[in-house]
Write a protein that binds this ligand. Structure first.
Ligand SMILES: NC(=O)c1ccc[n+]([C@@H]2O[C@H](COP(=O)([O-])OP(=O)(O)OC[C@H]3O[C@@H](n4cnc5c(N)ncnc54)[C@H](OP(=O)(O)O)[C@@H]3O)[C@@H](O)[C@H]2O)c1
Length: 331
């Protein structure tokens, strides 16, 4: 089946040479910043890293032998700027720091559309805003790239950006290690909403909730914690692997009859109309901007960055078991 409406950027049109004479700046040197900078270097481009003078990341960029400037100096001298600082600081970064350094003809690349879609920043006239959103954390991108692999990504441009600018997104994506055969064209709106919802409802939040609930149910019934961990959590990657290769139906075909019979009947008992209603509420809050408003408010108060680790004793047990089993098994 063809994915309806999916547009893949044609690999034959990607031309790395268009980046050849461009000065590239990367703002931020965290998960994405470091991976993109190192992959760019290995693709033949040498970015400048823009970090505030007090940034903890300066030492790492320095050890990796990159030139480091303040964000405003890095932007002043750049043709292409990848904005890889945390999403919630983009507004202040543009307003207070780099706003005056921006000049017409520049290209700004975002790894997530949040700050543009929710108008934390306004696109200045004469500047192209592009999206290159890799579908993986930076560490995984770097590992894959070093093994000759790649990850898929969304690429896109805002309506105000010039027609020809999308080719820069495609070239940049290839240079940072995104698969040139899997550059999927997306709008900023679809990426912003889809990404925030996907991570909250399914990939991170929903999954963490499901795993903890399964573990807790078994442990409370008297099953030893390590059994509960191994049965409900440890084998997750094997199932995800089957789903990614063969789909959900293909996964069901490849597990035991007992597992298939029981699981297909349990599926709707666990995730049902009530969960879908909760997902709908979540989505409403994301689309309306309520979530982003809350994120900004709590980031300012320092609450948003609080580690999730101390959340509850069941999670602490799981984290402890994860460390234990990852140190004794290479599965
Ligand atoms: N991580 C992922 O898996 C992933 C995947 C796809 C897209 N993205 C997107 O990539 C972007 C970066 O996310 P990330 O996860 O890489 O962030 P991160 O790991 O938290 O790193 C952020 C970096 O930005 C620096 N920084 C903080 N304030 C800054 C400022 N005012 N100016 C310049 N640099 C500043 C931080 O320095 P300090 O050390 O001083 O804090 C740090 O080096 C976000 O838009 C995110 O949504 C992330």
């Amino acid at each position: 089946m063809k994915a309806q409406g999916m547009r893949i950027y044609p690999a034959r049109r990607i031309n790395l040479a268009i980046l050849g004479n461009k000065r590239i700046a990367i703002l931020g040197y965290g998960s994405q910043g470091r991976a993109q900078a190192l992959n760019l270097r290995d693709s033949g481009f040498e970015p400048i890293i823009g970090l505030p003078t007090g940034s903890r990341s300066r030492q790492r960029a320095f050890s990796d032998k990159f030139r480091i400037k303040t964000p405003s100096d890095a932007v002043k001298d750049a043709d292409i700027v990848a904005v890889l600082a945390p999403d919630h600081v983009h507004g202040e970064l543009f307003a207070n720091d780099i706003g005056k350094a921006i000049h017409p003809g520049q290209i700004f690349i975002f790894a997530h559309a949040l700050s543009v879609h929710f108008k934390l920043i306004e696109q200045p006239t004469g500047i192209d805003f592009l999206l290159v959103a890799p579908h993986a954390p930076g560490l995984r991108m770097r590992e894959r790239f070093m093994r000759g692999g790649s990850v898929s990504a969304f690429i896109g441009k805002t309506d105000k950006s010039s027609e020809k600018s999308l080719r820069f997104a495609a070239a940049y994506a290839k240079a940072i290690g995104c698969n040139h055969r899997a550059l999927i064209v997306s709008s900023f709106t679809d990426e912003a909403i889809g990404d925030i919802f996907g991570e909250q409802a399914v990939l991170c939040g929903g999954l963490a909730g499901l795993l903890k609930a399964g573990y807790k149910t078994l442990v409370k019934s008297g099953i030893p914690p390590h059994n509960a961990y191994l049965e409900c959590i440890y084998q997750l990657d094997l199932i995800v692997d089957l789903i990614k290769r063969y789909g959900i139906g293909g996964m069901y075909e490849r597990i035991s009859l007992t597992a298939r019979y029981g699981s297909t009947r349990a599926e709707n008992k666990i995730i049902n109309a009530q969960s879908e209603k909760a997902m709908g509420e979540l989505l409403k809050g994301i689309k309306s901007g309520k979530f982003v408003k809350e994120l900004l408010k709590n980031s300012k108060k320092g609450v948003a960055a609080k580690p999730a680790r101390a959340a509850n004793t069941y999670q602490q047990q799981i984290d402890c078991l994860a460390r234990r089993f990852s140190s004794i098994s290479d599965q």
